[in-house]
Design a protein around this ligand. Structure first.
Ligand code: SF4
Length: 576
């Protein structure tokens, strides 16, 4: 069955920020860590936080030491003061957009206006909003509540940030009829606005819409209501186990969206489950092809084949002939390192890529044996080339293996906190791209008699920059899981926006190297040809930035496809 995933599905800015704050604090392991109320309305995320020692508390009784985080919904100022009085360290994760509504309420009620809040009376955010009022405040939910309001001379209206927009507009319209001078602030946040707008846009496009998120999450419930009001058959599920397969049976295209508090891995699990259901028009052959394709991705055979192709392209670019031996070594090495490193450090993959993780767990023994066999074969083959090639590949393999192993004893981690190489902030993209460079462009140098240095330098730069972009792009896709386990990848230390800017600069530099090399006579014109996969790699970056595509197996394959394209172009170049 086909899935159309909403661009807006998943954590909103406020929830992501609150999660980052809490996880960063939890990973410091500095003593008791509390959240005032559940951080978000999602049981699976709360279970995960509790496994990291984060304790949600509803009252302050008995709390004296530790840190307490105020969640994204915000709280009334009186309660904030009570928390401060306990002596706990307070970290405020109130969403800036909610804080803006606090300011509006505080400012206008101080000037004598009566506050009207359109929202759910008992919702934590509304309780917080009410607390910021310096005068009378009324909470209304629907148009019919307007009649019950007393006469008001000076009034203003705001919305709970996750309100249904259409409902808010209707209430405001009715309020204006009754209080023509009322001040109106549309405080529905943009994340909510875009999410609901996208849900309505699914009408007529999909057979049904699945809304993923906690059953107690107000904004998730509202998305399902918005869909139903728009006439779209909608099902609210918390996990993939809640999918009603009987009702979905025979559908062709199903839309998936998710509440602002739903993590990516839960969305991926639901998408995967739907994709494995048989669609109305899907033939057994198409289903079979899809399974093979998935197998190639999750088994790491696709990335290894990409390295093979890219290695061949690099050999043509660096003018060292077109032997297939070194591309084959690259295939074996990249396959072995991906598989073995996964088992040495499973950490974030259960959150980042549940499908791959469960595949790897299920086939653990076979994969470990195949990984060891791959590196052993690579070493044996390197022996047949030369002793120096064997020694060099052994060194590269050694560094590849120790990358995920703890090297610093726990006793001295207070002096140097990074036990593994992979723990060093930003090291993953760098280590991966250096490994690609080592096996693709450095290793063959031990065998060549006459090295064309300008071409070698250019091909080394291109391999480094393109593989760095690939790796950092995957780091962006995997940021949520890495954040949970405390791996400080580039997007986590720099932020996603800055990482994207950096990657654009990397791509631009690569383009200049590829275009400038042949112009000043350093490499053959084949360099111009490699601009094409660079362009398609840039498209992948853009597709992510614009949310045209959602991170997952298909997107991963698309990124790896750029390296296949480079290999294909090299073969074609050699043929003509
Ligand atoms: S839905 Fe909007 S206001 Fe609420 S936490 Fe998310 S970004 Fe902030």
């Amino acid at each position: 069955m086909k899935v159309r995933l909403a661009k807006t599905a998943g954590f909103c800015m406020g929830v992501r920020r609150a999660m980052e704050i809490v996880l960063a604090e939890a990973n410091k392991k500095k003593g008791p860590l509390f959240t005032f109320g559940p951080l978000i309305h999602n049981n699976q995320v709360l279970d995960l936080l509790s496994s990291k020692g984060v304790i949600p508390v509803e009252n302050l009784d008995g709390l004296q030491t530790g840190t307490i985080v105020i969640r994204a919904h915000g709280i009334p100022p009186q309660r904030r003061q009570a928390i401060k009085d306990t002596g706990l360290t307070v970290i405020d994760a109130t969403c800036p957009k909610v804080a803006q509504v606090h300011s509006i309420i505080h400012y206008h009620t101080k000037k004598g206006y009566t506050a009207l809040i359109v929202g759910d009376k008992d919702h934590a955010e509304v309780v917080g909003l009410k607390g910021h009022s310096k005068g009378p405040v009324y909470v209304i939910q629907e148009v019919k509540d307007v009649d019950a309001l007393p006469h008001l001379d000076k009034a203003f209206v705001v919305a709970q940030t996750t309100q249904d927009e259409q409902n808010y507009h209707k209430v405001v319209y009715t309020l204006k009829e009754r209080f023509p001078d009322i001040l109106v602030f549309n405080t529905i946040c943009d994340a909510t606005h875009q999410r609901q707008k996208e849900v309505r846009s699914f009408k007529g496009q999909v057979d049904a819409l699945i809304v993923v998120g906690g059953y107690h999450s107000g904004n998730t419930q509202r998305l399902a209501q918005v869909a139903k009001k728009a006439g779209i058959p909608a099902f609210h599920v918390e996990t993939e186990k809640d999918l009603d397969k009987k009702k979905l049976f025979g559908m062709q295209l199903v839309g998936v969206t998710a509440g602002a508090s739903t993590p990516n891995w839960m969305i991926k699990n639901v998408v995967k489950e739907i994709e494995t259901m048989r669609g109305r028009k899907e033939s057994p052959f198409a289903r079979w092809i899809r399974r093979i394709f998935r197998f190639l991705v999750v088994s790491n055979l696709l990335v290894a084949s990409g390295a093979f192709c890219f290695s061949y392209a690099a050999s043509v670019l660096s003018e060292r002939g077109s032997s297939l031996m070194f591309p084959f070594l690259a295939f074996l090495y990249i396959y072995a390192m991906h598989v073995l490193n996964h088992f040495l450090d499973r950490g974030a993959s259960a959150y980042n890529d549940p499908e791959r993780s469960s595949f790897l767990i299920k086939n653990r023994r076979t994969l470990i044996i195949s990984g060891i066999a791959a590196i052993a074969t690579a070493l044996a083959l390197s022996c047949t080339i030369s002793l120096t090639t064997f020694v060099a590949l052994s060194g590269i393999s050694f560094f590849g293996i120790i990358y995920s192993l703890p090297l610093i004893p726990e006793k001295i981690q207070h002096i140097y906190p990074y036990s593994k190489i992979k723990d060093i902030p930003g090291s993953r993209s760098l280590s991966e791209s250096l490994a690609w460079v080592a096996v693709i462009t450095i290793l063959p140098l031990f065998k060549i008699d006459s090295i064309v240095w300008p071409a070698v330098i250019i091909s080394t730069l291109v391999v480094f920059l393109m593989s760095y972009t690939r790796s950092a792009l995957f780091d962006i896709f995997q940021a949520q899981g890495d954040m949970i386990v405390g791996t400080e990848t580039l997007p986590i230390t720099m932020g996603e926006r800055r990482t994207l800017v950096l990657l654009k600069s990397v791509l631009l530099t690569t383009a200049l190297v590829l275009a400038g090399g042949p112009i000043i006579g350093l490499v053959r014109p084949f360099s111009f040809v490699i601009l094409l996969p660079l362009l398609t790699l840039s498209f992948c970056l853009l597709a992510y930035e614009k949310r045209w595509l959602y991170p997952g197996i298909n997107f991963e394959a698309l990124v790896e496809g750029n390296f296949f394209l480079a290999g294909f172009l090299a073969v074609s170049w050699q043929a003509v």
